[in-house]
Design a protein around this ligand. Structure first.
Ligand SMILES: Nc1nc2c(ncn2[C@@H]2O[C@H](COP(=O)(O)OP(=O)(O)OP(=O)(O)O)[C@@H](O)[C@H]2O)c(=O)[nH]1
Ligand SMILES: [Mg+2]
Length: 318
């Protein structure tokens, strides 16, 4: 069931690119919560990365593939770049920075509802040290303030950032999709001629199991508060596909007994709510009925321990 191995690359599902076909990798980078994952999902037309109003939602580099008649654009969604407070944070930021070095175009996403800030400047500074072309994407255009003076000040702050560095600027809303029709040709234009890297109908390189775990984590981000969302890691223990139903057993790892208590909730209500909502999302993913059973396990300080992080799927990706 998993497509995690790269066996399909050796199969003959990948057509030969026609004359003039362009392809390459676009790294989506920026501060936490600016809408990078929302943008990737919108560009590929499918939810492959989870999103939430809580900063530091994305933990892994994920690829989203958009195949057009004239080009194949592979988006690389990255964790938001921030000041790390624990080993997990260090791994996330390290991976985002590695992505910067390994792509053909960088799309620096900023939040158009507020003016340019220190966090954006820090990333812009990192980017001026690379030779990879950068496009500045001003997101959340749909949510800019009503006051036109405020909008002018915000827009000006990003225009200055872009023009000082000769970066093209595109303004859009990843949520509604408006303005993205201008972004796509900009990206294609910056790509070099190249092959199909993936079969044209593939939208992500992630195994289905990984996305299942993420869909469970997304519900925890949406339904619980404070330190709980950041303290969980999901392990998918069993996936059994029967003709009429997919049976999934998963364990939610937390750091403390108190977090376990919150996740289970009064009479098990919270865990039930998380399970119900996650099951509905996973049903869309597998396009069929799902039975989902969740367990909660305390793994003290997993976010501080390199070996625990690796076991739970978080390691520096060379
Ligand atoms: N109004 C509005 N909200 C948006 C837009 N794009 C994203 N959001 C919201 O902003 C929040 C963060 O979106 P994400 O896509 O998870 O942000 P991210 O940059 O991937 O965040 P991290 O993974 O934490 O770095 C979510 O609540 C999104 O719904 C947009 O264009 N307009
Ligand atoms: Mg994200």
């Amino acid at each position: 069931m998993t497509n995690g191995s790269f066996d399909y690359l050796e199969s003959n599902l990948i057509p030969t690119a026609p004359e003039g076909f362009r392809s390459g990798f676009v790294g989506i980078v920026g501060r936490p919560n600016v809408g990078k994952s929302t943008l990737m999902n919108q560009m590929v037309g499918q939810k492959i990365a989870i999103t939430s109003p809580i900063a530091q939602t994305t933990r892994n580099r994920l690829r989203g593939i958009l195949t057009l008649p004239e080009a194949q654009i592979i988006f690389v969604d990255t964790p938001g770049i921030h000041k790390p407070h624990h080993e997990l944070g260090h791994v996330l930021v390290k991976n985002a920075c590695l992505a910067i070095e390994s792509v053909d175009i960088i799309l620096l996403v900023v939040d158009g509802t507020v003016e340019l800030g220190g966090g954006d400047r820090f990333i812009a500074e990192l980017l001026t040290r690379t030779s990879v072309p950068v496009i500045l994407g001003v997101n959340k255009a749909d949510q800019q303030p009503q006051n036109s003076e405020a909008v002018a000040a915000i827009d000006q702050s990003y225009q200055t950032l872009a023009s000082d560095r000769n970066w093209p600027l595109v303004k859009f809303s990843a949520l509604t999709g408006s303005g993205l029709d201008l972004l796509q040709p900009q990206l294609v234009e910056h790509l070099d001629p190249g092959p199909y890297y993936y079969p044209p109908d593939l939208v992500t390189d992630q195994p289905e199991r990984f996305i299942m775990g993420e869909l469970i984590r997304e519900q925890i981000l949406l339904l619980t508060r404070e330190e709980v969302p950041h303290s969980v890691a999901i392990a998918i223990d069993v996936v059994e596909e029967a003709p009429t139903i997919t049976r999934i057993l998963a364990t939610i790892h937390v750091e403390r007994d108190s977090q376990k208590g919150i996740l289970i909730g009064k009479g098990g209500k919270m865990l039930k709510d998380i399970g119900t909502a996650a099951r509905q999302q996973i049903q869309k993913l597998v396009m069929g009925k799902v039975y989902l059973e969740l367990f909660v396990k305390v793994q003290p300080k997993w976010r501080q321990s390199r070996s625990r992080l690796a076991e739970l799927g978080y390691r520096v990706e060379e």
